[in-house]
Design a protein around this ligand. Structure first.
Ligand code: ZN
Length: 55
């Protein structure tokens, strides 16, 4: 099982959300709770879900 570190709260998770939260083309990976928070942002864009495990 693989993990990533959330770009905004540094939590280590096995499911991460690829998003943009600032103007420009920079994609970051954030955890679920940060994703929900960033959704309200003006520059929020969703680019897919990353999973560090297989079903
Ligand atoms: Zn987070």
């Amino acid at each position: 099982m693989k993990t990533k570190i959330c770009a905004t709260c540094k939590a280590e998770e096995t499911t991460m959300y690829r998003v943009q939260i600032r103007k420009g083309k920079v994609w970051i990976f954030v955890c679920e709770s940060c994703c929900k928070m960033h959704k309200q942002g003006e520059y929020y864009r969703y680019g897919g879900t990353w999973k560090g495990y297989r079903h």
